[in-house]
Design a protein around this ligand. Structure first.
Ligand SMILES: NC(=O)c1ccc[n+]([C@@H]2O[C@H](COP(=O)([O-])OP(=O)(O)OC[C@H]3O[C@@H](n4cnc5c(N)ncnc54)[C@H](OP(=O)(O)O)[C@@H]3O)[C@@H](O)[C@H]2O)c1
Length: 349
């Protein structure tokens, strides 16, 4: 069996996955019986290529890395197909959705994912938009069309937050999930503790590429809200939207607040929190909280992420790891692809 892959979007994460696929091709085949060919790449500005027999991924990656157009690729059957035509008209059976996130509408990714499913194609994605807006709808649609969808990288990138909750903690009775799910704000708070003002820390985060030119999505908590919604709906059986999440960003935290917390033996963290009440309601929030230094989350510094699962039978389980990055997020897609491959192999037996 061989998966035929099509990339929708070929930016940081798409190229990260491509790098891993090229570097690990033999190991993936030998250890996991994972065989693939990339048949198409469609990117808004970088161009698009398709060959039903497979494209030369190394050549495509080299072009993208040297900021050249994919139209310069030598040997494709078709050039310039847009995302939807690539999804519907190529022979790909797995769509890798790595275009931009729009947390408000989910588009254009939501349409990409629905179209792929309706055309009988499996989907892996790191794009929070469609999952935060329509996780249940997409999972139901996928099951109706007998295809798999996976989105491990939408929360904590390749650090296995969703798979841990769905698989290893299945049956553990998760009552609360809370943690640091946005690296940019954690980096800013860390630098403020090192003596910088909020503005200085933000500037440094932007220089290092942790924060975008418009940092609102991170510093006002919107990115974390999207992740809270995904965690609630995927792991806690809820059906909440961003409007059900109480939200406050970090912009009002002052150096004095930071010092005050230090004197109390605490640290400010932007905490995403989900709690199941006794009558099974979900209370969701994203806001700065003063965390005692004895809590593992208080010691997560810089852009690192961490998440604690409070469970009835296992107590607290905390995972710590990267929440972003080219290879870390590319790896999330690889875990999703391996998972789909495993399921398809089982179905074949
Ligand atoms: N980077 C991370 O660490 C990280 C972590 C977790 C999740 N994610 C999510 O993963 C996704 C990809 O992230 P990224 O960092 O790779 O972003 P990126 O570097 O901006 O790449 C996104 C690519 O998608 C292309 N694109 C946008 N709309 C498209 C469309 N309609 N059809 C085809 N291509 C389209 C863009 O094209 P042009 O720019 O060439 O026009 C761009 O090359 C995002 O949804 C992001 O939120 C990223």
């Amino acid at each position: 069996m061989e998966l035929k892959l099509a990339f929708i979007g070929f930016g940081t994460v798409g190229q990260g996955l491509a790098e891993i696929l090229l570097e690990s091709k033999e190991e993936l085949a030998q250890k996991y019986n994972f065989h693939y060919k990339v048949v198409a790449i469609s990117d808004k500005l970088k161009g698009a290529i398709y060959h039903p027999e497979g494209i030369n991924l190394k050549q495509a990656l080299d072009l993208a890395k040297s900021k050249k157009s994919l139209e310069e690729y030598d040997g494709a059957k078709e050039y310039g197909w847009d995302s939807l035509k690539t999804i519907t008209d190529t022979n790909a059976n797995v769509i890798i959705e790595v275009s931009w996130t729009d947390i408000k509408t989910g588009e254009p990714a939501l349409t990409h994912v629905k179209t792929a499913i309706e055309n009988g194609k499996h989907v892996v994605m790191t794009n929070k938009g469609p999952v935060a807006i329509a996780a249940q709808e997409l999972m139901t649609l996928a099951s109706k069309h007998n295809v798999e969808i996976r989105f491990e990288g939408t929360v904590l990138s390749g650090t296995p937050a969703l798979n841990l909750g769905l698989r290893n903690l299945a049956g553990s009775r998760i009552t609360e999930i809370y943690g640091i799910v946005n690296g940019t704000t954690n980096y800013i708070l860390t630098e403020m503790e090192n003596g910088l003002s909020y503005q200085e820390a933000l500037k440094k985060a932007q220089e290092l590429g942790y924060a975008e030119a418009d940092p609102t999505g991170d510093v006002e908590g919107w990115d974390a809200v999207g992740k809270v919604v995904i965690l609630a709906n995927v792991l806690m059986g809820a059906s909440i939207t961003k409007d059900n999440v109480e939200r406050e960003g970090i912009t009002k935290i002052t150096p004095e607040d930071i010092k005050q917390a230090q004197q109390e033996g605490k640290r400010w963290k932007l905490i995403a929190r989900l709690r199941k009440t006794d009558d099974d309601r979900i209370i969701a929030s994203v806001r700065p909280e003063k965390i005692p230094l004895s809590d593992p989350l208080a010691n997560i510094m810089g852009p690192t992420n961490a998440l604690t699962f409070r469970t009835k039978y296992l107590g607290d389980v905390t995972i710590i790891g990267p929440g972003a990055g080219r290879l870390a997020t590319g790896f999330a897609l690889l875990t999703d692809l391996l998972d789909i491959n495993r399921i398809l192999m089982l179905k074949q037996k």
